[in-house]
Design a protein around this ligand. Structure first.
Ligand SMILES: CC(=O)N[C@H]1[C@@H](OP(=O)(O)OP(=O)(O)OC[C@H]2O[C@@H](n3ccc(=O)[nH]c3=O)[C@H](O)[C@@H]2O)O[C@H](CO)[C@@H](O)[C@@H]1O
Ligand SMILES: C=C(OP(=O)(O)O)C(=O)O
Length: 417
């Protein structure tokens, strides 16, 4: 079984480049199903999740061709199948995002229910509420969700929670609908804006993405397009934490600072010096970490996908920090693993109380999800001895070449069989 081995590596220094966003490319790939013309996509990260989504598109009838190291050509002229099989859906929750486009393009879709994962139960009720409001009949049976609609009819939809996936699925379904759909309390994440820009570049009409109210005016068909995916703000944030936790000096290339403001704010609070440039950020730290409190919230609040990495960081702070996780009900699995490395953390409901200390020690630990895996690497960089991380397939879902990238800036990290 492949592992990652990390040894103490203080003072990381140099440049590290961020890839295209995982959470942007997954819905964008799903939305190529809306068009029967060619889509060319650039800055595609080389991630397991992207492979799975491409495999799913191919099962549904798309022709996916790699046209460069980070570019894809996708032609979805013929959809030959509207059923997403269990083995692909069970590999990745985001594959449920093909439901909206399939429903709009083919009038029906049968998709295995994605189920929960290590971080929570992750229901899909808001996606289904949206499809029903757009005129679809939705039946859940035998582990599948069956949806059908003679036509998608624009509607007003209020989301009880600004779910990222539900907002995306509804935008995609409404794009080929009749009339106007208004989504209230929509998710405001940058990835929603990227999806809307992509759909609009094909001739769609999505207005207001990035705000709480999104209007989608249905169009009859879409045309060909070429699009570059936005940088991954969570990968960027993870490397910013690597600079701070190791007392380093890193330039993070290919990051939009407007997308990482909550992370920048918290890193400044812990004492880091941060310089923001047009498409890069410099992070300098003397390794002294002040304790801070964190509360995860929908964008533009502090991202839940950075919570585990901040737990690693605050575990060596000079005092006590409290982390409040409000997005996922079970996103503290990394706490148990970090405790094996000496981290002093107590979980009380959806809060973690961390007493900072400066003597972490390497241990054998398991990546329970992708951000948990990133947190273990970060903790490993400041621990005495060796940290051995297993279940690294989770890390490969979200971080392309993380070992190679960290080696280049001076980290003592390697893969081992
Ligand atoms: C591929 C992708 O983009 N993944 C991101 C996306 O996941 P995802 O789109 O799954 O996250 P959501 O915003 O939908 O989920 C947020 C919360 O809403 C709940 N919920 C969601 C849908 C629903 O129908 N009913 C319901 O109750 C979820 O259980 C969770 O507690 O946003 C999350 C929150 O920023 C991020 O952590 C994930 O990295
Ligand atoms: C939770 C995450 O992703 P997903 O929604 O794909 O599981 C994540 O990127 O941290």
């Amino acid at each position: 079984m492949e592992k990652i081995i990390v040894k103490k590596s203080m003072g990381l220094k140099g440049n590290i480049k961020v890839d295209g966003s995982k959470n942007s490319i997954l819905p964008i790939l799903a939305s190529t199903l809306l068009s029967n013309e060619e889509c060319i996509l650039h800055e595609i990260p080389n991630l397991k999740d992207v492979e799975v989504m491409c495999e799913l598109l191919e099962v549904l009838g798309a022709k996916v061709t790699r046209i460069g190291e980070n570019s894809l050509n996708i032609i979805t002229k013929d959809i030959k199948n509207c059923e997403a099989p269990y083995d692909l859906i069970s590999k990745m929750r985001a594959s449920f995002l093909v439901m909206g486009p399939l429903l709009a393009r083919c009038g029906n879709a049968k998709i295995y229910m994605p189920g929960g994962c290590a971080i929570g139960t992750r229901p899909i009720d808001l996606h289904l509420k949206g499809f029903k409001a757009l005129g679809a009949e939705v039946i859940s049976e035998n582990g599948y969700v069956n949806s059908s609609a003679k036509k998608i009819i624009g509607s007003d939809i209020y989301l009880d929670f600004p779910s990222v996936g539900a907002t995306e699925n509804i935008i995609m379904a409404a794009t080929l609908g009749e009339g106007e759909t208004i989504i209230e309390n929509a998710a405001e994440e940058p990835e929603i804006v990227d999806l809307a820009n992509f759909i609009n570049s094909m001739g769609g009409n999505v207005i207001g993405a990035g705000t709480k109210t999104i209007r989608v005016k249905g169009v009859k068909e879409l045309h060909k397009t070429e699009h570059t995916v936005i940088p991954d703000r969570i990968e960027a944030g993870t490397y910013m934490v690597a600079a701070v936790i190791t007392g380093g000096d890193l330039i993070i290339d290919n990051v939009l600072s407007s997308h990482v403001q909550p992370v920048i704010a918290k890193l400044r609070e812990v004492g880091a010096h941060i310089e923001e440039y047009e498409d890069k950020i410099r992070v300098i730290s003397n390794g002294k970490i002040k304790p801070v409190d964190i509360k995860t919230l929908p964008y533009p609040g502090f991202p839940t996908d950075m919570q585990a990495q901040f737990m690693a960081l605050l575990s060596i702070a000079e005092g006590t920090s409290i982390i409040n996780e409000t997005i996922f009900e079970n996103r503290f699995m990394h706490a148990n693993e970090l405790m094996r490395m000496g981290v002093d953390v107590k979980i009380e409901g959806n809060s973690a109380v961390l007493k900072g200390k400066n003597n972490l020690s390497g241990a054998k630990v398991k990546a329970t999800d992708l951000r948990a895996g990133a947190a273990l690497i970060l903790a490993g960089l400041v621990s005495e001895g060796e940290t051995e991380i297993t279940d690294i397939h989770h890390i490969k879902r979200g971080y392309a070449n993380i070992v190679e990238k960290l080696q280049k800036i001076g980290a003592n990290i390697k893969y081992e069989q």
